[in-house]
Write a protein that binds this ligand. Structure first.
Ligand SMILES: [Zn+2]
Length: 264
């Protein structure tokens, strides 16, 4: 990285250093995740304080210091105002940022991971369902970062998991094929027969059929049934937690929120 560069990116997380400074975990398409110090961001009249909060899309200069990197002159590009006004969408968006912050190594460019985050944030801002956007982003990241199981063959017996024609309507297939099982610890999907011998997360073939479409780059707003998103989200969360080796704080909050809502 040059001594000084102009970057664009999203604030994933932030913390405090000393009395007046902040650090931010900043995800950029070209340089990956950067940890940057923002001098004076906590001074009472500093505009940088608000700008450097999570979820903000910023343009800024990054200066290579002797011992650390500094973010200077951040400018707001997008703050996702509508998303922030909705507690469910906000907690999902923060969960996605927290997941990436913990998942990605520093200074390793993953432009597609970045683009997926931006598309998910834009979808949430435009009113997409939180479950749909989160499931879409998490599965794409699992695939991009090399964790997506083989969705064509059983991880145990090797039999084909789904009918070979992916254009079949998803609704009718789920009854016929029965549930498949995702085993997060092994990163495999098992066929109905092998599934009976293992603990795992049940997925109908309706949900599994949606996956390759998402992974091929199809947009969030597909025509699948809501149950398919819920299943895929549940599976992605448990799988991501397994990969990260601990729960995601914001996801726990969101799940508690859902439980409260369901219990009225
Ligand atoms: Zn099998």
């Amino acid at each position: 990285m040059a001594r000084e560069v102009q970057v664009e990116g999203v604030v994933l997380r932030r913390g405090y250093i000393g009395e007046y400074d902040k650090w931010v975990s900043f995800l950029t398409p070209e340089h990956g995740k950067l940890r940057l110090r923002v001098r004076g961001a906590r001074k009472p009249k500093s505009k940088m304080g608000m700008l450097t909060e999570p979820l903000n899309l910023l343009k800024a200069r990054v200066i290579e210091g002797r011992t650390q990197r500094l973010m200077v002159q951040p400018q707001l590009i997008r703050s996702y105002v509508a998303l922030r006004a909705d507690l469910e969408r906000l907690s999902v968006a923060l969960a996605l940022c927290e997941t990436l912050d913990r998942w990605l190594p520093e200074e390793h460019a993953e432009p597609e991971v970045y683009t997926t985050l931006i598309v998910a944030l834009e979808a949430l801002e435009a009113g997409a369902s939180a479950e749909q956007a989160a499931a879409w982003a998490l599965w794409r990241w699992l695939a991009m970062l090399g964790y997506c199981p083989d969705i064509t063959r059983c991880g145990q017996c090797g039999n084909e998991l789904l009918p070979s024609d992916p254009t079949l309507p998803s609704g009718d297939e789920s009854e016929r094929a029965g549930n498949l099982i995702l085993v997060p610890a092994d990163g495999v999907l098992l066929c109905t027969r092998c599934a009976s011998q293992r603990e795992g997360i049940a997925l109908t073939s309706g949900a599994i059929q949606l996956l390759p479409r998402w992974l091929r780059g199809e947009r969030i707003d597909s025509d699948a049934r809501p149950e398919a998103y819920q299943e895929l989200l549940h599976a992605a969360l448990r799988y991501a937690e397994c990969v990260l080796e601990s729960p995601v704080r914001w996801l726990e909050f969101w799940e508690r929120l859902n439980t409260l809502r369901e219990s009225g």
